[in-house]
Design a binder for this molecule. Sequence first.
Ligand code: ZN
Ligand code: ZN
Length: 213
Amino acid sequence: MLIDLHAHTAPRSNCSRTTLEELVETARTHGLDALCITEHDVRWPDDELADASRLLDFPLIPGVELTTDVGHVLAFGPLQKPLWMGYSLAELVEECEQSDTALVLPHPLRRFAGERAIKGGRRPPTAAEIVVLPQWEMVHAIEAASTQTTTLEHTLTAAALTVAPRPAVAASDAHGPGLAGAFATEVDGVVHTAEDLAREIRAGHVRPTRFSA
Ligand SMILES: [Zn+2]
Ligand SMILES: [Zn+2]
């Protein structure tokens, strides 16, 4: 299955300039089989997303993009704490050892080699420096590319994945129109729910693909 694991809608993510309807329209055009909705630190109520999925006649999978001490982390599956209380990555990992929730590290090098970091004069990290970051090993998969990351970030992430292979995904991280499915993930198993998706990610049955600019 071809799934976009990471997308934001307005107004639930106030940085987004697109709607659920537009994302689905674009996802359909790009031949996706499903789309994950991952707002910042807030989840769509399950019944509301299920209703939207029925209404738009397109599979929508709930997730969330959490703000942690190491930056953003995507979570698929149940979480115990109210999200407004916040999570550290260590806490998330500990909790996910007891549950089947999957964690994905989006834009893994934003702080080290993102546009702002480089403009600020930061020297890009080497692959050897990247793979010893605790978050590289602590999550279940690394987001290798998205529309919110630069070619430099993609190159460095690919180099680090060669040095220390980890399951990897790609996703649009769409914040605007026309972007859903610009990057996507090939998932081996059949996925209907966040739990199905988490199982595939945790098993490493995922690969990044890109089929649109
Ligand atoms: Zn993010
Ligand atoms: Zn995002």
